[in-house]
Design a protein around this ligand. Structure first.
Ligand code: PT1
Length: 277
């Protein structure tokens, strides 16, 4: 299965690293160091050199407890960075947004993918993604970032996540998003307890039944802190273990902070899979 990311064709039977570029003042693990477009571009360049195939530019924090930002603020944060990366680097720009206005403007400036943690649930988002005509990641979320960890509950987390993604695919395809543009993500840490996150990772391969490539974001997340007892800045080994598991279970894109290390983990899995064919 190949996907065309605004002119760049990638086979989704391999696994790629998506480097995280937070352009928020309150980003959860880079201390908001990369706000100015120049600093953001420098970090993006470093991640491309380190092996990132995608750069995920996000102007709204979606970590647990985060407050929403206005569309104007998000446009101000994201657009200069997307523009600079598109001009300077050979990479696929993913825009991490739920706002249809940001999707449209980022696509116009050269973004090759839309990454929406709200799976295009905002009014006008499916239509904006359809008009942009670039691939889109639909992620499962229960609730909203500010309150999603208050009391997450599921009847059956695997089935509930799968049903949610199936329903979102139906809605966005009805709005004109092409099926071959859809990438799916179980949404680790988004309205989920540790047991839910572990069950989803353990059963990740089952999501392939839905027939779309999978994106996984676990890097430095609190689920790894709960498992290891380590603070956010000491979660690299746990993040690599989780990335390795996801790659072994067939994930196509791993969203990560530590690109160089994650790219190595993915290479080891690829070499093993090659030998096993
Ligand atoms: C993700 C993701 C994302 N995660 C996609 N996009 C974040 N497609 C932002 C914690 O528990 O997994 N997939 N965009 C970051 N969100 C979180 C959530 C960060 C939970 C931290 C936690 O620590």
């Amino acid at each position: 299965m190949e996907i065309n990311f605004a002119g760049r064709m990638l086979t989704m039977s391999r696994c790629y690293v998506m480097g995280i570029l937070n352009v928020t003042p309150d980003s959860f693990s880079d201390g908001g160091k990369f706000n100015a477009p120049d600093a953001a571009l420098a970090r993006a360049r470093e991640m491309v050199v380190d092996g990132a195939t995608f750069i995920d530019v996000g102007g709204e924090s979606t970590r647990p407890g985060a407050q929403p930002v206005s569309v104007a603020e998000e446009l101000d944060r994201v657009c200069p960075v997307v523009e600079a990366i598109a001009r300077e680097l050979d990479t696929i720009i993913s825009v991490d947004t739920s706002a249809p206005e940001v999707m449209a403007e980022a696509a116009r400036l050269g973004a090759g993918m839309i990454n929406d943690v709200r799976a295009l649930q905002r009014a006008g988002a499916p239509e904006a993604a359809a008009a942009a005509d670039i691939p889109v990641c639909l992620m499962h979320i229960q609730g909203e970032p500010d309150s999603m960890q208050d009391n997450p509950a599921y009847r059956n987390v695997r089935r509930d996540v799968s049903s949610f993604l199936t329903e979102r695919m139906r809605v966005v395809e009805a709005a004109g998003v092409r099926s071959e543009h859809i990438i799916l993500d179980p949404g680790f840490g988004f309205g989920k307890r540790l047991e839910h996150n572990i069950e989803l990772l353990a059963s990740l391969e089952q999501l392939h039944i839905l027939g779309h490539p999978l994106l996984v974001g676990i890097s430095r997340k609190s689920m790894l802190g709960q498992i290891t007892g380590h603070d956010v800045n000491e979660r690299l080994p746990a993040s690599l273990a989780a990335a390795t598991i996801a790659a072994m279970k067939g994930a196509s894109i791993i969203r990560a902070h530590d690109v160089r290390e994650t790219a190595d983990a993915v290479r080891v899995v690829a070499a093993m899979k090659e030998a096993g064919r």
